[in-house]
Design a protein around this ligand. Sequence first.
Ligand code: SF4
Length: 366
Amino acid sequence: MIPYAPERILVQEESWQDSVTLEILERLPGVEVRTVKSREVRFPEPSQGSPAPWEDKNTLFLLRHPGSFLKRCQGSGADTCCNYYVLSCTWNCHLDCSYCVLQSYLGGRALVVGTNFQDLMREVREKLGSSPHRIFRIGTGELADSLALDPATGFSRRLVPFFARLSNGFLELKTKSDCVANLEGLDHGGHTVVSWSVNSKRICRTEEEKAPTLEERLAAALQCQKWGYRLGFHFDPLIYYDGWEDDYREAVGEIFRSINPERVAWLSLGALRFPPHLIGHVKKRFPESKIPYGEFVPGHHGKMRYFRPIREAMYRKMISWIREAAPGLTVYLCMESFAVWEGSFRIQYPGPSFTPDRLDAAIIKG
Ligand code: SF4
C-alpha cells in the first residue's frame, strides 16, 4: 500500500506540547509544517461543505481533541446490539473507498489526528474502572481506518500495550490496510484483535481501488497471526451484483486456506447501507462505481439498504460457506433486526449462535 504522504501539516498551537506531535513530524520529514490558532481547527459541520484547508486529503491536522474519545457504537438503531465501543483518535481516511460513509459524514476531507493521547488513556481507564466486572470491546476503526495512518502516528505501539494492562478491556484494530509493521514485538497480552474488512476480489478492485488487494490484506493478517494476535474479519459491506455468489464464496475459501480459524475471534457480515445523501457524492467522485444504480429501500435507521429478502439470502449463503470452511466460528450480523437474524441463521432469536456475551467469551478465551 502506498503510505500516506501529506503535502502540509497544520499543528494546533497547543499540540506542540504533545509527544505525539513531535513523533509524527519525525516520521514525515520534508513536509511543510504550519502552526495554526485553535479557532482555525474546529471540525466544520458536514452542512458547511469543506472549507479550505479542510477540503483536501493532502492536509494533515494535528490537534487536541476537545471532546470525548470513547463512545458507544450507535448500532444504527438495530434491535440487536453487540455492546461495542468506538474509540476515535484519528478521523478520515485516504483510501477513498467509493462507498465510504466518511465522505458525507465528516465536514471535510483532511486527515485529523488527536495529539492529546494522555486524555484518551485517562478516559478509557475511567470508563473501564467504573464497571470493573464487565468486558469492554473497543474498536478504533469507526471514523478512520485503524492502521492506514499507523506508519505516521505509531498509535498502535501506544494502544496495544496500554490495553494489555487493562483487565476488562479488549482492543479491535479494524483495517483494510497492510500496515502491520508496528505490531511486531508488542506485548499485546491477548487483549488486541487485529481485524480486516474484506470483500470479493471484484469489489476490492472496483470499489476499494486504493486499498491493498485481498491477497495483500490476508498476507498481513497471516503475519499478525504468526505474531500471536487473534484475528477478526468483516465482510462489510456485502455488495449484491450478478455473480456475487461465486466471488464471495471464493473469498471465504481464500481466507481460510491460509488463516487458522481457531485463531479468529469473530467474523461479521453487513450488507451495504448508507445515508441517502451519500449517492450524490459517489456519483460525483466515483463515476465508474455501480453502487448508485442498485435497488435500495430505506431501513428503520433511515439508511438505504437492499430489500430484506436479498439481505437474508446473502447472509444465509455466506453463513453456509463460512460454516463449511470454519465450523464453530463466531459469526454475527452488523446492524440487523431480530427478524433478519432469525431468517439468516434459521434460529429463534436469541439463539445459540450469538449473544453479546458470546462475543465477549470468544475474545476472552483467546
Ligand atoms: S478503508 Fe474504511 S475508512 Fe478508509 S475509505 Fe475505505 S471504508 Fe472509508
